[in-house]
Design a protein. Structure first.
Length: 382
């Protein structure tokens, strides 16, 4: 149903602002009058579409789940928390929160309300919320999601800061080469150096075009999962992404198992929460082994991206009877490893760009030296 933003006056004449879910403007006006409000302005908010082109950024999601965590922890009813977010925050999730508030008030679970809103949440969010609702640990799930998206938003900022100077230097180098070409064309010069600079600029243009194409594909919903699969197979670069998927799996697994959910169901839901096709397919294959009564540590050892140390921690927890505590410690260990790996990515990217610029400059210098040498040899031969 549409979400309407309104301005209205109550019985005392005080101005009130907020949002309301209604079938049409007439229905919205009727609902406001039932609340003893006289509408002054009524504007339909643009509903988020399930077919939007680009994925959701991390920052709005971090703010949304941090708000839910803080208010839910303080004892504020979930419907009121969502309504408060819709009325006070400037966020792309504003209309989603208003819609969900109405549905939660009607008794619909939050995960279902968010799914009905049509907003493109990342794949693991809704299964994780469902697991929190089933286990009674919704507050912990809110906190987990808030921390996850805050780390992703921090990584995005660190990556931009870590590569900004290298990008600036590359831009200056390209401008310098364009300036040389402009001067050469104005005087009608046509030397090997000019040809070399033209070829270099063509290569740079092709590389920049490929990078922009990769960025678009990684941000587009339909192709993002394929770029993630590529990242999971690239040497060195794939390591932090694999650790993030493993950490998300372990954290969800610990929440579910501690809540009394059966091991096979916990395994399947935890795998779905990662949004990783390798982990999901492995869980679907391995849950049968848990149903047959095999040890949990043996099954976890067959999951992709799970290091041997974590398997040993789970096996120790099985022997001591503290499997839920061991899973929590394993999740904390993997999250720490993932955080360290993600912090190193901007540094690696920055050095890679600097290295590329140095190689480019060395190439240009040698080419220019060769052109100058040929020029003097031509003079001497005359």
């Amino acid at each position: 149903m549409p979400v309407y933003e309104y301005e209205a006056r109550d019985r005392t004449g005080q101005l009130r602002r907020g949002t309301i879910v209604a079938g049409d403007p007439a229905d919205a006006t009727k609902r406001l009058r039932e609340q003893e409000l006289i509408p002054i302005r009524l504007t339909e908010q643009k509903q988020p579409s399930a077919f939007t082109l680009f994925r959701v950024s991390a920052r709005p999601l971090a703010v949304f789940f941090r708000h839910l965590y803080n208010t839910y922890r303080s004892g504020v009813p979930l419907s009121e928390s969502l309504r408060l977010f819709a009325e006070t925050e400037r966020s792309p999730l504003k209309s989603v929160a208003a819609f969900a508030a109405e549905r939660v008030t009607e008794g619909v679970p939050l995960s279902q309300a968010l799914r009905e809103s049509g907003y493109d949440f990342p794949m693991f969010v809704l299964p994780l919320l469902e697991s929190g609702e089933r286990s009674g640990r919704l507050e912990q799930v809110f906190g987990h999601l808030a921390e996850h998206f805050e780390r992703e938003a921090e990584f995005e900022q660190d990556f931009k800061r870590g590569t900004i100077f290298a990008k600036a230097y590359m831009g200056c180098a390209i401008l310098a080469m364009l300036l040389v070409l402009g001067i050469a064309s104005s005087i009608g010069a046509n030397s090997p150096v000019v040809t070399m600079i033209q070829n270099t600029l063509k290569i740079l243009a092709a590389l920049i075009g490929l990078w922009l194409l990769w960025r678009i594909l990684s941000m587009t919903k339909g192709t993002a999962k394929y770029t993630e699969l590529v990242l999971l197979h690239l040497p060195i670069i794939s390591i932090p992404f694999q650790k993030i998927a493993a950490a998300r799996f372990a954290r969800t697994m610990s929440l579910l198992y501690a809540s009394g959910i059966s091991p096979d169901t916990s395994l399947e839901l935890a795998a779905q929460s990662t949004g990783n096709p390798f982990i999901i397919s492995a869980a679907e294959r391995l849950k049968v082994q848990l149903q047959r009564g095999e040890k949990f540590s043996q099954v976890i050892g067959q999951m992709p991206f799970i290091p041997p140390l974590v398997v040993q921690m789970v096996a120790t927890g099985e022997k001591s009877g503290n499997l839920d505590e061991s899973l929590t410690k394993a999740a904390e260990f993997l999250e720490s490893e993932a955080k360290t790996g993600m912090k190193s990515m901007p540094i690696i990217a920055g050095f890679a760009l600097y290295g590329f610029i140095v190689l480019l400059l060395v190439y240009l210098i040698f080419q220019m030296m060769g052109a100058v040498a040929e020029f003097y040899q031509g003079l001497l031969s005359q």
